[in-house]
Design a binder for this molecule. Structure first.
Ligand SMILES: [Zn+2]
Length: 120
């Protein structure tokens, strides 16, 4: 199966699971992804290089929509991190936070992503 198609499927099924049926997700050749108040999510294509990181990125942006609908903000606060952690755990991923973002992802006791300056 085509990698992009695979991640699109994951994104769409997560979106439906979270009852975010009105949200639009696009994978684009951009440096930084985003989640907008109008319900648009963009995921950078370069994240496809690392399976776990790509899933984290999808979850991160979807989480913004969940929190926006529930609490009306786009902050990376404790509520956001709790929601994000719950979703990551469904994929067997444990996040290690540094301020707002995840600096490392652990899966089955193995580090599957470590932040570097080039992909921050
Ligand atoms: Zn964010």
């Amino acid at each position: 199966m085509n990698k992009l198609f695979y991640y699109k499927l994951i994104a769409e099924s997560l979106k439906n699971e979270l009852n975010l049926t009105d949200i639009h997700i696009h994978f684009k050749n951009i440096y930084k992804g985003f989640s907008s108040a109008k319900g648009y999510i963009s995921i950078p294509l370069w994240t496809l290089k690392n399976n776990s990181y790509c899933i984290y990125y999808i979850i991160h942006e979807l989480c913004h929509q969940v929190i926006y609908k529930r609490l009306g903000h786009f902050k990376h606060d404790a509520d956001f991190k709790n929601e994000e952690t719950i979703l990551l755990n469904k994929f067997n991923l444990i996040p290690v936070y540094s301020k707002s973002y995840v600096k490392e992802l652990i899966k089955n006791n193995i580090s599957v992503y470590k932040r570097t300056y080039s992909n921050e």
